[in-house]
Design a protein around this ligand. Structure first.
Ligand SMILES: *Cc1c(COP(=O)(O)O)cnc(C)c1O
Length: 768
């Protein structure tokens, strides 16, 4: 594609005139953003159209979440016109950075949704024919603020700036039927640009609308109220993203969303094949579907239903479905594996339910033990079991996670179908997570080893012989990134962080298993030690947190309150201020992550071993040259394999130890016998911190009382955590420490999402 500054600006000007009755000189920021984005889209139209009409086998990536973040910079980068556009704007006195105000498309909760977004970008950049299918939520993940230290949620109006990177495709609308309503599914297509390779794939997001436009006839006949209500119900399906991460809520509206997504997508795919004259029995020749967690698993009975409507028998339909579907498992936590009440599902979707029953009966006909292999039991539908039974391949997302699936969570299924289970370790796109978010560092790397690493991240290992010469520029760029982040935090959170402090970062969804509480208790331990003189010459450290808690997750919200109160205590204490700062940033999202990841000195990945399936935040930090302070969990294990355990800071119980410890665990005993721990924990209830809500009391109780006190071994791992953390902080500043950072960066090649999607393509999708 050729970029001509003059032509491009005149195209932007033309769009401004046609769509906004304005022109380059007088357009507002928002008008300019929209016109410029549309002009860039037009440049790529031919490439997009070619991809839609070729005859390749394609993968449909079905996901209830796509955490896309901001599109403009990433799209301009991948189109190869980022610098040129920047210059073009400068020539008319504008600044591309002004679009930093544009809202993130936060159509996902956390890691799972961000993974889907990285895979779209990496597939396009690897010229793999993969399209995303998802939901165009009117409101994405809530916007978070803190008031008096408590989390508050507001609606996320992500369309405030318009949506110029989507195209509404009315001609592809389909009807989705529930027992009590029919709704129209209208697709909005987002182009997914490969990195400078002319490939454009599609993210198709479905929006629900009334089948009939507002019925004025009925309204005039005084039936207005009912009609208005029907309209209301239709749009409601895609109104809002459920803000739960790693938990299942069992709400019927959520089931409606899931069915809406997969029914619309499958109808669309089958109709297009029919229009192209393809035989229905050739479905697996042209398509495969990746089910991102259990959320879209209802696609399986829906495809069975649709194929039988086309005249196939159940067995014929099953045979095709079994070749098309694959399933990614993201968690071993029981509370996240979706289960639906059979009665509720059969009432909402009777024909789909029949197909689930058919699957259940089919597996029983195979003569297997019904106590081990079931889809429906005691009137509960187990979506993961349905997915495993029908899918060609089932994958976990890191070696350790896949091993747990095989040996434990799905042990029975793995014995029955040993070849189904495979591992595909997660990855991140190096374009967004190094080139874009850390451009100075990227340039420095380019100057040493060239640019091949942009699309072949393993090439970073040729940095290894250059580590010595790179030390000073690495430190300088990190320092600049830290200054920028500190300025941003000062402006948005009102907390001052001197940039010579160590930036110790834990950013991720708030979850008990992720153990932000462990981090918080260690800060109180350091605070107490500095105050009473038992800790001397503590290296100045800023502890930076970012996390949203699901609005209904009481304990997670309590942890936010706890950390905010610790921040108040520490940041206003003149004696410890030279050594400690604490800040919990508000509304952690992809754009905030981009700023934080390039400025971190320590990456906290401290989940209880066995709980974090992979993690991808850990990879972002590694790629930007940050050491991991972590447990042997998820991809941390593979990070250590790649970069060397000696170049990271590993602590805590292993998976095997966790299961041993849990047999006789007595947190009270640990509390009494661990130096400094009791005092830190008692802060929750002894009046050190302000809280009239009772939340901190409940946190305290969760550690020491109830059916399973300290479920995530916070107290058990505390001593080792604090020991290794202090060692890390005291290593900071040495040349040896900086070398560890750079060895991590140079060893991050495995964690490119390019590698992940190529593994999927080769072992699962069989696409080229
Ligand atoms: C990468 C990312 C995550 C996932 O972080 P983990 O540490 O792997 O849980 C969550 N949210 C955002 C905004 C991210 O960019």
């Amino acid at each position: 594609m050729k970029f001509d500054k003059k032509n491009f600006l005149s195209e932007v000007d033309r769009i401004l005139r046609a769509d906004y009755a304005t022109e380059l000189g007088s357009a507002t920021k928002k008008e300019l953003y929209n016109a410029l984005s549309k002009a860039a889209m037009a440049l790529a139209y031919d490439d997009w159209n070619r991809e839609k009409n070729n005859n390749k086998k394609r993968c449909g990536y079905f996901s209830a979440e796509f955490l896309m973040g901001r599109s403009i910079y990433s799209n301009l980068l991948n189109l190869g016109i980022l610098e040129e556009t920047c210059e073009a704007l400068r020539s008319i006195g504008k600044d591309l950075n002004e679009f930093e105000e544009v809202e993130d498309a936060a159509l996902g909760n956390g890691g799972l949704g961000r993974l889907a977004a990285c895979y779209l970008e990496s597939a396009a950049s690897s010229a793999l024919p993969l399209d995303g299918y998802g939901i165009r939520y009117r409101y994405g993940l809530f916007r978070q603020t803190f008031e008096d230290g408590f989390q508050h949620e507001e609606g996320d109006d992500w369309l405030k700036w318009g949506d110029p990177w989507s195209v509404r495709v009315d001609r592809d609308a389909v009807v989705v039927s529930f027992s009590d309503q029919k709704v129209l599914a209208v697709p909005y297509d987002m182009p997914v640009f490969g990195y400078r390779n002319g490939v454009v794939n599609t993210l198709r997001l479905w929006s629900s609308e009334p089948v009939e436009p507002f019925d004025f006839g009925a309204f005039n006949e005084m039936k207005g109220e009912r009609t208005a209500e029907e309209n209301f119900n239709a749009t409601k399906i895609t109104d809002v993203l459920y803000p739960n991460d790693n938990t299942m809520s069992g709400k019927i509206l959520r089931l409606r969303q899931q069915y809406f997504l997969v029914s619309a997508s499958l109808q669309d795919i089958l109709a297009k094949d029919k229009a192209k004259g393809r035989r229905i029995s050739d479905l697996p020749k042209y398509h495969c579907f990746q089910l991102n967690d259990t959320h879209p698993v209802i696609a399986i009975p829906e495809l069975l239903r649709l194929l039988q409507e086309e005249g196939l028998s159940f067995e014929e339909a099953f045979d095709l479905a079994a070749k098309c579907f694959n399933f990614t498992n993201h968690t071993i936590m029981a509370e996240a594996l979706e289960k639906w009440d059979a009665l509720a599902l059969s009432e909402l979707l009777p024909d789909v339910y029949r197909q689930i029953v058919n699957c259940q009966e089919r597996i029983q006909r195979e003569g297997v033990d019904p106590d081990k292999f079931f889809i429906i039991r005691d009137n509960v539908i187990h979506m993961a079991n349905l997915a495993i039974y029908v899918s060609a391949k089932v994958n976990g997302v890191a070696e350790i996670h896949t091993n747990i699936l095989k040996k434990d969570t799905f042990k029975n299924w793995c014995e029955l179908y040993p070849d189904k289970f495979v591992n595909i370790t997660n990855g991140i796109t190096p374009r967004r997570w190094l080139l874009l978010n850390n451009p100075q560092m990227a340039k420095e790397i380019d100057s040493l080893i060239g640019t091949e690493w942009h699309t072949d991240l393993k090439k970073l290992k040729s940095l290894k012989p250059h580590i010595g010469e790179m030390l000073s520029s690495f430190k300088r760029i990190k320092e600049e990134n830290k200054k920028k982040l500190a300025d941003y935090i000062k402006e948005h959170e009102g907390v001052e962080i001197p940039s010579h402090f160590i930036f110790d970062v834990q950013v991720k969804r708030l979850h008990e298993y992720k153990r932000q509480l462990l981090n918080a208790l260690s800060i109180l331990y350091f605070y107490n030690g500095i105050k009473d003189g038992s800790i001397e010459d503590f290296p100045p450290t800023a502890f930076i947190f970012g996390a949203k808690a699901a609005p209904g997750y009481y304990m997670a919200k309590a942890v936010i309150k706890f950390i905010n109160e610790i921040a108040n205590l520490v940041n206003s204490d003149e004696q410890v201020k030279p050594y400690l700062r604490v800040v919990f940033v508000q509304n952690y999202n992809v754009s905030y992550a981009e700023k934080i990841v390039c400025a971190a000195d320590v990456s906290e990945q401290i989940s209880m071993a066995g709980m974090e399936a992979s993690g991808t935040g850990n990879m972002k930090f590694m790629l930007n040259g940050t050491v991991t302070l972590g447990t042997l969990d998820g991809a941390n294990v593979e990070i250590c394999e790649e970069a060397g355990r000696e170049n990271n800071y590993i602590f805590g119980a292993t998976v095997d130890e966790v299961s041993q410890v849990k047999k006789f665990y007595c947190p009270r005993e640990i509390l009494e016998n661990t130096i400094g721990l009791k005092r830190a924990v008692e802060s929750l209830v002894d009046g050190t911190l302000k809280d009239d809500s009772g939340m901190l009391q409940k946190l305290y109780e969760s550690l020491l009382t109830g059916y399973e006190p300290d479920r995530y071994l916070v107290l058990y791992d505390f001593a080792d955590y604090v020991r290794v953390k202090e060692e890390l902080l005291r290593d900071y500043g040495s040349e040896a420490f900086d070398k560890k950072c750079l060895i991590n960066m140079a060893s991050a090649g495995k964690f490119s999402a390019d590698r992940s999607v190529k593994d999927y393509a080769k072992h699962i999708w069989k696409i080229k």
